[in-house]
Design a protein around this ligand. Structure first.
Ligand code: FAD
Ligand code: NAP
Length: 247
């Protein structure tokens, strides 16, 4: 059973039709970067809750989530209609194992996101963990269209703080856009273009890879990584890649 706490929307940002960030005030317990909270609304007498990764780093408040509206979904069309001051419910604690805890230090940390999965990495990147354990951190954001590339200000702050140790690689699959790589992360791993852009290969000896977002992407990237000898990271058996499925 979830224990719910009352929250209040502090701010909402509409990036484009159907794509939002929301800041929320709620007495949620301390969390580790990479974890998610459940967010719920009472709809027709039922409390409808869904998990959302926290975008804010643990040391900062308000809480922030980043989500897209699924028109046929029970929660997101109502969530995106909320405005500052509106009430909602949150789980009293954050959960999840998609964190840096137990991950062995290495040379490069690769953070691969599709769509709104970018958010979880913005929390992790604003903690000391990745910078203490890895020489370089590479964030890869795969989206359909250029206007799905969001959070430019936050990415700039991270880049300004960490200089050449941080590399951001946008991938846009459905149109050509500036210096973004064109296509899906799977194809760009198979043809070597992603690693050529970054200048280092992904190998079991040097890399840890975090995969978050679209389940089919995660499944296909896992197959590519396992073909190169990387193994799944488990709590009691350290490995080379970690996953979090959104849909
Ligand atoms: C651990 C975890 C963390 C999550 N964190 C986030 C997050 O930070 N941001 C976020 O946007 N979503 C996140 N999700 C997905 C989120 O919980 C909801 O499923 C989503 O927001 C849709 O809610 P809904 O009630 O409108 O529709 P649902 O009933 O949840 O889903 C309706 C249908 O849409 C599919 N779907 C769900 N999410 C997506 C999506 N993003 N893109 C395409 N199809 C989708 C589902 O597979 C289902 O078929 C997370 C899921 C998990 C398990
Ligand atoms: N993004 C939008 O403009 C938009 C508009 C309307 C509604 N929505 C809603 O938002 C939901 C999520 O859309 P989203 O664009 O955030 O996420 P998404 O469908 O997961 O796509 C994000 C990125 O992941 C890529 N991808 C999808 N499957 C993959 C796979 N198996 N391997 C590698 N890469 C893969 C996509 O490439 P491809 O482009 O090749 O699929 C795209 O570049 C949609 O289902 C829809 O309900 C989004």
């Amino acid at each position: 059973m979830n224990e719910w706490v009352k929250g209040k929307v502090v701010a909402k940002r509409r990036w484009k039709d159907g794509l939002y960030s929301m800041q929320i005030d709620a007495p949620v317990a301390d969390f580790t970067a990479g974890q998610f909270v459940k967010v719920a609304l009472d709809i027709d007498g039922d409390r409808v809750g869904r998990p959302y990764s926290l975008v804010n780093p643990p040391q900062e408040r308000p809480l922030e989530i980043y989500f897209n509206e699924i028109p046929e979904g029970p929660l997101t069309p109502r969530l995106s209609d909320l405005n500052p001051g509106d009430p909602l419910w949150l789980s009293a604690t954050a959960n999840g194992l998609f964190t840096l805890e137990g991950i062995e230090p290495g040379r490069e940390l690769w953070l691969l996101a599709t769509g709104t999965a970018l958010g979880v990495y913005l929390s992790i990147l604003r903690t000391p963990g990745p910078w203490q354990s890895f020489e370089r951190v590479i964030l890869v954001h795969g989206v359909r269209a250029a206007d799905d590339l969001t959070y430019a200000e936050t990415l700039k702050l991270i880049a300004d703080e960490h200089g050449e140790r941080f590399t951001f690689v946008p991938l846009v699959s459905r149109e050509a856009y500036a210096d973004a790589l064109a296509g899906r992360v799977t194809d760009l791993l198979v043809n070597g273009e992603l690693e050529r852009r970054v200048g280092v290969p992904i190998t079991a000896e040097r890399s840890h890879v975090m995969l978050c977002g679209n389940s089919q992407m995660i499944k296909e990237v896992r197959e590519i990584l396992e073909g190169r000898g990387l193994v799944r990271h488990r709590r009691h058996s350290p490995g080379h890649y970690t996953t979090e499925h959104y849909h």
